[in-house]
Design a protein around this ligand. Structure first.
Ligand code: R5P
Length: 309
């Protein structure tokens, strides 16, 4: 029988010590770091504290995910062997969610495979704005007993309201409409959404909605910026249409390669993000929201998953 009154231990990694510490402080949980040694051939040796309590929470944001997935496999299997009864993954950014269908014959649908694999390792997964556009719920992508989805949009909306009161919130594509609508409702902002056609990783075509852009302050809001080309295209069009300022707010600051240069060259002013991915643009911390969600998970431990009938 799982002892739900025993304190949970939060496990983090040294490259994410700041958000893990914030989460531990927000929820009052003890925290420990997974010790990592890299062998000359690139393999990892991991070391966890001993003994482990009955409930363990692993914090790992899954950008640049390949090696982290191996870390999660090793940590979760070790924890189970060490007697941990309830394992939670807090992955503010959940990687491999964008490939949710085979766009070409033979393409691997990584969302389903990685999702099922994580569900096999963990009892609960807490994440923020996962890229779920062709499935409705996190449970469909990650069939874990306790799936929890938070959004960065409300906290980003509050930040934007303080920095650019009255700005128009613009989503760079149809998929961003959900976050833009949520953020705009919160502070009564005007909002709009672009149309986007993607031709390749760094090639997108954006169409601005028909609005009077001249003289407007615009903040582009999206879940993810990766190469930055989606946001940059929108920013360039806004500047050409006479917007006086174009700033960018994203939940997940992937910003691969020269993405920030691409944004600034397109006329973007400020770039703001949540700390779901550690990045110099982080201005909004998710610790309080994550702590509340984690407390909810720990207060209602998972029932064993029933096999399908
Ligand atoms: C796509 O649907 C996402 O919401 C982002 O718009 C996209 O991932 C951004 O990618 P990039 O920055 O490479 O254009």
């Amino acid at each position: 029988m799982l002892n739900v009154s025993a304190p949970a231990l939060l496990l983090g990694f040294d490259d994410e010590s700041a958000p893990v510490t914030r989460l531990a402080e927000a929820g009052g949980w003890p925290v420990a770091t997974v010790q990592r040694h890299r062998f000359p051939d690139g393999e990892l040796r991991l070391r966890l504290p001993e003994p482990l309590p009955p409930r363990v929470v692993v914090y790992r944001s899954l950008h640049r995910p390949n090696e982290k997935l191996v870390e999660l496999l090793l940590v979760a299997r070790h924890a189970r062997q060490a007697g941990v009864g309830h394992l939670t993954l807090v992955a503010p950014y959940l990687g491999y969610m964008r490939q949710d269908m085979a766009f070409q014959p033979g393409e691997v649908v990584s969302q389903r495979i990685v999702g099922a694999w994580l569900a096999d390792l963990f009892d609960a997964v807490i994440t923020v704005d996962p890229h779920l556009h062709r499935v409705a719920t996190l449970a469909e992508a990650v069939p874990v007993a306790q799936p929890v989805v938070l959004s960065g949009a409300p906290a980003l909306a509050d930040w934007i309201a303080r920095q650019r009161p009255g700005a128009l919130l613009l989503g760079p594509d149809e998929e961003s409409a959900q976050w833009v609508a949520q953020a705009a409702r919160r502070h009564g902002n005007d909002s709009a959404v672009c149309r986007k056609v993607r031709h390749g990783d760094r090639s997108v075509r954006i169409e601005l909605p028909d609005r009077a852009w001249a003289g407007r302050q615009v903040v582009i809001l999206d879940d993810v910026a990766s190469t930055g080309h989606t946001v940059a295209q929108a920013a360039r069009l806004l500047r050409e249409a006479g917007a006086v300022s174009v700033d960018v707010a994203v939940t997940h600051a992937l910003f691969a390669g020269d993405a920030l240069d691409v944004l600034h060259a397109a006329g973007v002013g400020a770039v703001w993000s949540t700390d779901c991915i550690t990045h110099p643009s982080n201005v909004v911390f998710m610790a309080a929201a994550l702590a509340a969600a984690l407390q909810g998970v720990l207060d209602a431990p998972a029932l064993p998953m029933m096999p399908p009938a």
